[in-house]
Write a protein that binds this ligand. Structure first.
Ligand code: PEP
Length: 301
């Protein structure tokens, strides 16, 4: 049985937002105070707003993150910003490897891995994005692409505490299209298997977010899928009403899931106890259900 992980809803403002956007953020802070405490909330504004928003968010339910960083601490890199600078400004998470950075700036998996390590060096948590393009999907290469991206972009030192994985199909970003819940389940299960194969204990606790056209109207359905531990939200994170609507849907969904898991686990324990009693004692039958190692893992690393 997979653990119930805390849900993380992360907003990615991309290259949007001026100081004039701060009242919208204040509306998010006000609305977030009423949300169930079991959901973690994060907003990643452009670098120019990190300090101002971190100041406003101090002591609130919303953490502040950033969208990218340079791999070096400091130096002759005109126009770049280091992870240390972002953390100094108030960022607790930094997104790396977003498909827009991979496409617009030619960022390789190796560079993404270095950036994740830079994030940790600075003391923040990395959100590493992976996802296939439409052409790769059409060619049936989705799992191969994800396997390669995850294998090469995630550093060996990854743990459940320093890393969040975001699965973002490129064709779903900003298009209004989303994969079916069945597709999401298959792909998140695939990602879970890969991280568990590489980090047997930590991999079970790593959060895997879904990203790509998440809205208040589809958030609960997506969050109900196994191994979806939150969302990375672009366009819909710019408006307080939409972002809070998504957060509320996810909070409700995760609360429902927790109650369901409690009931299933209670029933299962009862069943195991009855079965043990029936078999006449301890040590008979292992109640742990082992995962079958899928074939796709054989090629990994
Ligand atoms: C994103 O770019 O991270 C994203 C998920 O965008 P959108 O929600 O707008 O599809």
């Amino acid at each position: 049985m997979t653990e119930s992980l805390r849900v993380l809803i992360a907003g990615n403002w991309k290259m949007n937002g001026l100081r004039a956007s701060l009242p919208e953020f204040e509306a998010m802070l006000a609305g977030a105070a009423a949300l169930a405490a079991r959901v973690d909330l994060l907003v990643c504004p452009p670098a120019t707003l990190v300090a101002a928003m971190a100041e406003k968010a101090r002591g609130s339910r919303i953490a502040i993150g950033a969208q990218d960083c340079h791999v070096q601490v400091s130096g002759a890199h005109t126009g770049d910003i280091s992870a240390e600078m972002l953390v100094d400004a108030g960022a607790g998470f930094i997104i790396v490897g977003h498909s827009e950075r991979r496409a617009d700036h030619g960022e390789s998996d190796a560079r993404v891995r270095q950036k994740a390590q830079a994030v940790w060096r600075a003391g923040a948590r990395a959100i590493v994005c992976v996802g296939e393009t439409q052409a790769q999907r059409d060619a049936g290469q989705t799992l191969d692409i994800l396997r390669a991206q995850l294998s090469l972009s995630l550093p060996d030192e990854s743990s459940a505490d320093n890393l969040v994985v975001a699965y973002e199909p490129v064709w779903a970003i900003g298009t209004g299209l989303t994969p079916t819940p069945k597709d999401v389940e298959q792909i998140h299960g695939f990602i879970r298997d890969l991280v568990v194969a590489r980090w047997p204990a930590e991999g079970k606790r790593m959060r895997i977010l879904y990203g790509g056209s998440v809205k208040p109207s589809n958030a609960a359905e997506l969050m109900a899928v196994a191994n979806v531990n939150g969302a990375l939200v672009g366009g819909a994170s710019l408006k307080a009403a939409d972002f809070l609507g998504i957060c509320a849907a996810c909070a409700w969904q995760s609360g429902f899931a927790q109650v369901l898991m409690f009931c299933v686990s209670a029933l299962w324990r009862l069943g195991a106890g009855v079965s043990q009693g029936w078999r006449g004692g301890y040590g008979v039958g292992n109640p742990r259900i082992d995962r079958v190692t899928p074939r796709h893992l054989r090629q990994d690393r």
